[in-house]
Write a protein that binds this ligand. Sequence first.
Ligand SMILES: Cc1cc2nc3c(=O)[nH]c(=O)nc-3n(C[C@H](O)[C@H](O)[C@H](O)COP(=O)(O)OP(=O)(O)OC[C@H]3O[C@@H](n4cnc5c(N)ncnc54)[C@H](O)[C@@H]3O)c2cc1C
Length: 439
Amino acid sequence: MPPDFSPSSGWGRSIQSTSLRAVDSIEEMQEKLVNLEGHRGALPIGLQRSYGDSALNSGGVQFSTEKLQEWNLDRETGEIRVGAGVSIRQLESIALDQGFFPAIVPGTGFVTIGGAIAADIHGKSHHKTGSFSSIVKSMQVLYSDGVIRELYPDGPTSAHFWATVAGMGLTGIIVNAELQLKRISGNYFDVRESRCADLSILLAELRSADSEYDHTVAWVDLSGEFRGRGVVGMGNFATDRDEKFGLKSRSINIPITFNKSLITPLTVKSFNSFWYHKPLKSGKLSINAFTHPLDGIGSWNRVYGKRGFLQYQFSIPDGHEDFLFTVLSKLREIKGASFLGVLKRFGSASRAPLSFPSPGWTLALDFPIGIPRLEATLTEFDQELCQRGGRIYLVKDSRLKPDFLPKMYQRSEEWKTVRAQMDPGNKWKSDQGRRLGLC
Ligand SMILES: Cc1cc2nc3c(=O)[nH]c(=O)nc-3n(C[C@H](O)[C@H](O)[C@H](O)COP(=O)(O)OP(=O)(O)OC[C@H]3O[C@@H](n4cnc5c(N)ncnc54)[C@H](O)[C@@H]3O)c2cc1C
């Protein structure tokens, strides 16, 4: 390993890479960018909660945004200028203190504002709010020429704005962003859960929940009989306060990485059976327990052992629900049990060419590395997604073949043209970008 280079991996821990990690101020980043040498380029990174190789840049520089922590909230309007290195968890805490909340939050709070914009993330509210870019009013981006420019969703800078949203760090470093927070009067969620015996019932329940609830999600059992039974979780922000709740959450940490994966067909089946039969929640729930349930166990990715795991998340338009049943039966055939299956409905798409969500359904599945025939089966799914107007989520990806990208993201050529204007020297690089021909 060259001196000063250090190893890193995404949340799935299945791909290792070594790069020069720089924890710099903006001025230091500007200077390094102008003098950047070598062809392995540079990449901004946040908390590396992307699963595969989106935040890796083997042999190049990784610019950590952890020093970008400033924020300034207008307590009247709920507009906040926030540094790209601030996490969603921190943002929630700042906002809640003043009676606001971000309308879109992901399943974990350990995601930076930069990472949230660069992947145009979605939350349980997508059917009502759309993705993260819908609350971004402007952002400052450090270009590869060392200049910081302010970008807006409309007007002369809009093409650069929308190429940076979901642009996977390949257009520049988001330095900070102005976000519109939502005013809230309560400090907890009113929730309801419902148990569904198979996938048809689950799909119907999710559809009907969407009109009444601002936040919906389903956990699906992808083991045992693979019937797609599951539990739908629904919630609305409460309109009153209860000091017993708020952002409170308990957390335990998994201190070591196990040699072998603890996730086996038997443990997956037992966990899913337990989860399906657990008592259903109803009534008041603290914000974190509802929005970020997985954060209750720190470093849970270590249970997959040294080989790690992959997440496969796809979207599929309305009218193609039969594909979800195909996925169940093909996974059953290869005994490809997924520890965690999460199903959600998507509302309107954003204007960003590489943004993932589009109207319909999304399913996320976690698999330990090493399931026989899994890769071939996922490639079959990829092919079918291309034909049906579906796609996979880049920030979860570690394995997609480059030929599929333009079929899934039909505006990727448009994105590349704008990217070439923003970064004529082609300095922004990632392992995923190289694999998929994005940089
Ligand atoms: C447990 C868990 C639950 C999750 N739940 C959801 C969910 O519900 N919805 C969802 O949409 N996603 C979800 N994710 C994925 C996560 O939101 C994204 O991977 C997010 O991009 C991670 O942010 P990060 O700060 O860790 O960025 P990183 O993983 O470090 O980087 C991700 C990408 O963003 C780019 N990037 C990071 N910072 C900047 C910056 N300042 N400027 C420009 N580019 C930048 C990187 O180059 C890279 O391409 C989940 C992840 C985990 C681990």
